[in-house]
Design a protein around this ligand. Structure first.
Ligand code: NDP
Ligand code: BG6
Length: 482
């Protein structure tokens, strides 16, 4: 190892932001948060913990009330009990739970139940609505909300967080977008969440590029030979098989999380990093990409996938692994393959963007998102001593264990409260993303994925496939030593 800088932070990452946020107007105004689907998995694992995190760091207004709504016939005490069990490790959880209330309804279009929530709030100034519900009930919920809100005077903002998947293909995505428009929701009120955009290293991509002008000299086809964006998870569907089987790995990870990373790497840097300029530049990348080709796609499914009791179709062809090549038809990237690879039940948890330099296929700039954020240059040098042979090594910056970065959901929820849309997916961006993937998704419906053993790094064909896609192989330092 040549050079290692540990980024750590003695002070809390919240110190700077607290001062900024607490001087903003919305922070002094009463806030109501409404979580639809409060009984669900996402609400328990992500939404409430992120709200807790914000509250604990004094980033929620003093007058905040958090309402949960779902069909499950709980009362407030039952919601609190449910959250206390799942968030037991959080200190001062009971004081946070005092802000949380619950009401159930017959469905997500139940206007009188939703209305009764608003009637019980003495003041509603700003309203944040989080849709932690399956997409098939999105529009029922937004319609009911619109109608209920038209009868309540809200003097501040109304903002809605929508979870992925936003559509199943181009047509269904457009349909969802159209129904939100017909219901007269404005784009500025809609925050389409892709939580990868809230990850520390993803936020760092534009910062790195913007603040290091020298990078512009290597950030192009003359120096970069290929870009490989890789996601690996060491577990399978784990009870989410029912949901996963209807969408598959391409929709679950590639079409959103990995594609978002691609756009941030490939986009032209705007003069200023405003929300509009960033999203315009990302759309431009998507529109310059040719539709993905089935011949450039390798699919896999891990052995035992359909044993998941929540998967009904035991002969399912849903892929749990995908590797697909794409291109960006812009002068900067002409001929450079961008390869997106994602898999479940693989050998490790890892997510990296690897930018390979032209030459021997081992030198690369690697941006590691997880398990622990890191940036390193995988490179070659002389073996120390008499030897004149080269060795692979790296120069790296890692975020040490003591460097606490906010959870993606915490960061993104704060962005919503602050009206900052740069890290949310705009309507035209979403359509462009679906247009790229829809033909491929249709064409692979009938294709049988190649089986692989859980705990491998993908199907056996992976190595050859990557080579044929002209992707290199960086020397990666062992996780523990970086
Ligand atoms: P759940 O299946 O847990 O659903 C959330 C709640 O919605 C349930 O508690 C249930 O509440 C209600 N619900 C479930 N199915 C239906 C249905 N068919 N009709 C009406 N209501 C229903 O989902 P998650 O919490 O896992 O996910 C919520 C959203 O977030 C989804 O869009 C999902 O794709 C997305 N998402 C989830 C992630 C996760 O890690 N869980 C990660 C990324 C995105 P009740 O019966 O009480 O009404
Ligand atoms: C979600 C997918 O969007 O991202 C899951 O639906 C996946 O299947 C998850 O496990 C991975 O997120 P993270 O933040 O744990 O890498």
């Amino acid at each position: 190892m040549l050079n290692r800088t540990i980024v750590s932070s003695e002070t809390s990452h919240y110190d700077d932001i607290q001062q900024i946020v607490q001087s903003e107007k919305w922070f002094t105004q009463p806030l109501v948060v409404l979580v639809l689907g409060a009984s669900g998995d996402l609400a328990k694992k992500k939404t409430y913990p992120a709200l807790y995190d914000l509250w604990q760091q004094s980033l929620l207004p003093r007058q905040t009330v958090i309402w949960g709504f779902a069909r499950t016939r709980w009362n407030t005490q039952q919601l609190r009990h449910h959250l206390r069990r799942s968030m037991a490790e959080h200190a001062s959880i009971d004081r946070f739970l005092d802000l949380c209330f619950y009401r159930h309804g017959k469905d997500y279009g139940d206007k009188s139940a939703i209305s009764s929530i608003f009637q019980s709030c003495t003041i509603i100034h700003n309203l944040l609505i989080y849709l932690a519900i399956p997409p098939q009930v999105f529009t029922d919920a937004t319609l009911a909300l619109k109608q209920v809100l038209s009868q309540n005077r809200i003097s501040g903002f109304v903002r809605i967080v929508l979870e992925k998947p936003f559509g199943h293909d181009t047509i269904s995505c457009r349909k969802l977008l159209d129904s939100l428009k017909e219901q007269e929701w404005k784009e500025s009120e809609l925050y389409r969440m892709d939580h990868y955009l809230g990850k520390e290293m993803v936020q760092n991509i534009l910062m790195l590029r913007y603040n290091n002008p020298w990078l512009q000299h290597i950030w192009n086809k003359d120096v970069i030979q290929s870009v490989h964006i890789l996601f690996k998870e060491p577990f399978g569907t784990e009870g989410r098989g029912g949901y996963f089987d209807s969408i598959g790995i391409v929709r679950d990870i590639c079409q959103n999380h990995l594609l978002q990373i691609l756009t941030l790497i490939a986009m032209q840097l705007p003069e200023q990093l405003t929300s509009a300029a960033i999203r315009d530049a990302k759309v431009k990348v998507l529109k310059s990409m040719p539709v993905l080709q089935p011949r450039d796609c390798l699919l896999g499914q891990y052995e035992g996938y359909s044993d998941d009791p929540t998967i009904a179709d035991k002969d399912t062809r849903t892929p749990t692994y995908v590797c697909v090549r794409s291109f960006v038809n812009a002068p900067t990237w002409e001929g450079v393959p961008f390869v997106l690879e994602a898999g479940k039940a693989l050998n490790e948890r890892l997510c990296e963007a690897r930018l390979f330099f032209r030459g021997n296929g081992t030198s690369a700039l690697v941006l590691r998102l997880q398990p622990q954020p890191a940036i390193f240059l995988s490179t070659n040098m002389k073996r120390p001593g008499f030897s004149m042979s080269p060795i692979h090594t790296h120069m790296g910056i890692e975020y040490g264990e003591h460097c606490i970065v906010p959870e993606a959901y915490t960061r993104l929820l704060l962005d919503v409260l602050r009206g900052e849309q740069a890290s949310f997916v705009r309507d035209d961006e979403l359509v462009a993303a679906w247009e790229l993937f829809t033909p491929l998704l249709k064409s692979i419906e009938m294709r049988s994925p190649i089986k692989y053993q859980p705990g491998m790094d993908g199907p056996h064909e992976r190595e050859n496939f990557l080579r044929s896609m002209e992707v290199g192989k960086p020397w990666s330092p062992p996780r523990a030593s970086l």
